[in-house]
Design a protein around this ligand. Sequence first.
Ligand SMILES: [Zn+2]
Length: 170
Amino acid sequence: MAAPRKLDYEEIFALRKSGMTYREISRKCGSYTTFIGKICRENGIKPYGGYGRAQRKKDQIDIVLDYIVKNGGVLGRTLKKLDIDLCPETVRTAATRRGINLRDYYHFGKENKNWRVAQPGHTRHETGYVQVVGTCKHCGHKQEMRVTSIDISKTAPVCHRCGGLGHGKL
Ligand SMILES: [Zn+2]
């Protein structure tokens, strides 16, 4: 009967430094993932540049959340657009931990000729439609409006302050 393979710590450390995950190392060297993790941590072994999978994931979460906070949008579509392979639940959890409510950014950044949704968040009118606060591109006036009036209409509604013309017409 063959003797069980003796674990080569140096090999494990080298693999870890090269960026392999604990799981990958455990498969290759025939030991438990938790044990590989334990000895690597105890010996301060990290992938070169500190750029392990966990760090990469964290960086990707930062990229997605920064993008949404700046530009608005829906999470699933944003992940596709940025070509980032993260589980939406992971991003949602991270957002909540940072006090970001992703729902507030669904309509944020939408615009038409006269209006831009420059303020996160939306409400639902008692009759059912979604309302956002639009900022007039001509005079900066803010007023509530249906999100569809920005989504679908190229210009509507009329600004209560300048009439959408930027001439201070009241
Ligand atoms: Zn205006």
